[in-house]
Design a protein around this ligand. Structure first.
Ligand code: ZN
Ligand code: ZN
Length: 338
């Protein structure tokens, strides 16, 4: 099978011919139809984060495909099912996080395309209990970006407990942001989209954003203050200063939802204590979403309530695609189709 492999943190990915893996007990073998390119894959390939994957490995955690074989003991899934392979590739299933709806915090978790081989390949094996069924009516092309970009922003909206009268600012409109705008609209918020690219802001408007701010031209903090401030700021950008600006644009009682993950070398964000206390600000970290969250994301899409904006590429174009994402030269998501 064809696979895009990270052989070193300093080299481009290598297209290799690998043997098709055999599903072990509890696993399914999935023939991948589509796999989105997430910024996390780029961090994985570059070894940007404190806990690094071990090369050689296959990135990709927005894989969608058809179950072709099942290992011993698999009852949850059957041959022919269309499933998604999300970032949460495996969790223990019995710790306090797992049994209270926070499996994404399980300390024994395995991550697709990071600690276990992912979906930048024609085939992947996955834990049958942690793949998520894709409902009829949702294409592999659309399901792929929903598997990380969708569930991550849906969860960010959920943890912010947004009221319909509230204003939500989304910092960074792209693969994640174009979906965050839609989920914030679904819960009834007034949405402010912030980016440095006019094309992305035009897309945000098309998807329902009420206000747009080009942060390359206008300082978003006074611009959001002029709108009365925001109740929730969802930060999808990967620049620490953007988190600080998002914090500064919050109203009293506001929630800063941190989602984007800058490289560790870019340093921390710094938050002033006085306004945090006096304005009663909450700072929330939100990491991907559970299998149930992803099922809800798919259900919303099947019901026609969200739109996925993605462009299709071939796996051979993986390195130029990474360059395009890093240079912001794509409007939304890149999806490799097989
Ligand atoms: Zn991702
Ligand atoms: Zn657990």
């Amino acid at each position: 099978m064809k696979a895009a492999v990270v052989t070193s943190f300093t080299e481009p990915l290598e297209i290799q011919d690998r043997p098709v893996p055999t599903p072990e007990s509890g696993q399914v073998l999935v023939r991948i139809e589509a796999s989105g390119l997430c910024h996390t894959d780029i961090h994985a390939a570059h070894g940007d984060w404190p806990v690094k994957p071990t090369p050689p490995f296959i990135p990709g955690h927005e894989g969608v495909g058809i179950v072709e074989a099942v290992g011993d003991g698999v009852t949850a899934r059957a041959v022919g099912d269309r499933v998604a392979l999300p970032w949460l590739g495996h969790a223990c299933g019995h710790c306090d996080y797992c049994i209270t709806g926070w499996e994404t915090l399980c300390e024994a978790q395995q991550n697709t395309g990071y600690s276990i081989d992912g979906s930048f390949a024609e085939y992947a094996v996955a834990d049958a209990e942690y793949v998520v069924p894709v409902p009829a009516g949702v294409s592999a092309h659309d399901a792929a970006p929903l598997t990380c970009a969708g569930v991550t922003t849906y969860k960010a909206v959920k943890v912010a407990h947004i009221k319909p009268t509230e204003k939500v600012a989304v910092f960074g409109i792209g693969g994640l942001g174009h979906l965050a705008v839609q989920y914030a609209k679904i819960v009834g918020a007034t949405v402010i989209a912030v980016d440095v690219d006019d094309d992305k802001l035009a897309l945000a408007t098309e998807l329902g954003a009420d206000h747009v701010i080009n942060a390359g031209v206008t300082n978003p903090v006074p611009a959001i203050e002029a709108l009365g401030g925001c109740d929730v700021a969802i930060v999808l950008a990967v620049i620490p200063s953007v988190f600080e600006g998002a914090f500064a644009s919050l109203r009293r009682g506001g929630r800063l939802v941190c989602v984007g993950l800058p490289p560790e070398t870019d340093g921390p964000m710094s938050l002033p204590i006085f306004p945090t206390v006096l304005k009663g600000i909450s700072v929330i970290g939100s990491i991907v979403g559970t299998r149930q969250d992803l099922a809800e994301v798919f259900a919303l899409h099947a019901a026609g309530r969200t739109r996925v904006v993605a462009e299709t590429r071939k796996l051979d174009e993986v390195n130029t695609s990474i360059d395009d994402v890093l240079q912001g030269a794509t409007t939304a998501r890149i999806v490799f189709e097989f």
